[in-house]
Design a protein around this ligand. Structure first.
Ligand code: UFG
Length: 342
């Protein structure tokens, strides 16, 4: 079976993808600098998966760290494809430190592509985001909707897509899966890995999880006058294990079809902030207290995917519902109240 290099390997989405790849029979090499993740993830992967993680600690902008990964891959017949997760991802922070986002996200992608070329590897899965659609003109969002960035983080995802498309145009050996993630949430069913944000969580579900476990008093609901059924923002939450399986499907597509692919990874179902808080309350057996607060700048009313193309092209669709997302998040949060380092 093919060997896959994961960048940002100990991060939230990559660690779940690592397990999905092992389940599907792939060999995996991981690289991460731990800038936003913990080495304890490797112990947990060992424990859940019963395998020895093949790992290099390093930054993707460091060519020698990437070369070590490709060397490690030789024991498995050589790296065949790369899934490039490593990136900074906080919208607010990107407005404060745009140059860090360009350096890490664009510089990181460039360095990964250069290493791939050095080692004769041309299949890459790129972690893009629904953020490339900006404020959607119509819903659900299809892959040919107009693209625009509304902050530096979104701009790096858009620029990343454009850089890879240009690369494909210049050299037909390159094949890219552009995966546009909607809102990844939940955790592995074992409860041993999950999302472990540093500081105050920016995103809804990790914040709700910290309210549920008693670390925060209440959820601030950012806006209740949106053009949605209950006035609160609507998003397409997708279980991180479904998302992980989407990466396996994309790798198979690249290997079998020998062509590039752009797909939304979402469920197609939108839920409001209040829907999610209610579902989480049921999962943890305690109502989540909410306080209405002003709108958060830059937020849109509603954003959800048309996931039809992902199913038609790759035979993939999300299988897990909102209840699974909340139950699995709660299992992780309640047994690891302080995350990996706790
Ligand atoms: N929200 C709250 N309270 C909170 C946090 C969030 O009410 O404490 C609301 C937001 O206003 C929004 C919804 O919950 O209506 C979801 O917010 P998230 O921050 O969880 O997710 P976003 O949809 O804003 O952001 C996600 C990704 C970004 C990406 C963006 C657009 O986290 O990386 O989608 O694709 F840029």
């Amino acid at each position: 079976m093919a060997c896959i290099l994961l960048t940002g390997a100990t991060g939230y989405i990559a660690s779940h993808t690592w397990l999905a790849l092992k389940d599907a029979g792939y060999d995996v090499i991981g690289v991460d600098s731990y800038v936003n993740s913990s080495p304890i993830v490797l112990n947990r992967l060992r424990e859940i998966g019963g395998f020895e993680p093949q790992f290099v600690q390093g930054d993707v902008r460091d060519a020698s760290a990437l070369d070590r990964c490709f060397e490690l891959g030789k024991q498995f017949g050589g790296v065949r494809a790369v899934i490039h997760f490593a990136a900074l991802k906080a919208v607010g922070e990107s407005v404060e430190r745009p140059l860090d986002y360009f350096e890490n996200n664009i510089g990181g992608l460039l360095s990964v592509c250069q290493a791939m070329k050095r080692h004769g590897v041309y299949d890459v899965v790129f972690s893009s985001s629904a953020t490339v659609y900006g404020k959607p003109e119509s819903l659900p969002i299809t892959e040919n909707a107009p693209l625009r960035a509304t902050n530096p983080y979104g701009q790096t995802k858009l620029m990343g897509e454009e850089m890879l498309r240009e690369l494909e145009r210049c050299d037909a050996r390159w094949h890219v899966a552009y995966l546009r993630y909607f809102n990844p949430v939940g955790a592995h069913a074992s409860g041993r890995i999950g999302e472990d944000p540093r500081g105050v969580p920016n995103n809804l579900m990790p914040y709700v999880a910290q309210v549920a476990v008693g670390k925060r008093e209440h959820l601030n609901v950012f806006g209740n006058d949106y053009d949605t059924p209950d006035g609160t923002g609507v998003r397409d939450y997708i279980h991180v294990c479904d998302l992980a399986e989407g990466h396996v499907a994309a790798l198979r597509y690249l290997a079998d079809k020998g062509q590039s692919l752009t797909v939304n990874l979402g469920t197609g179902q939108g839920y409001s902030v209040l829907d999610l808080a209610r579902a989480y309350g049921q999962a943890c057996g305690r109502e989540i207290p909410v306080v209405f607060a002003p709108r958060r700048p830059g937020d849109v009313d509603a954003c959800y995917a048309d996931p039809t193309h992902a199913f038609n092209a790759m035979g993939w669709k999300a299988r897990r519902g909102l209840n699974d997302m909340c139950v699995d998040s709660w299992r992780w949060q309640s047994t690891n109240p302080n995350g990996f380092e706790g």
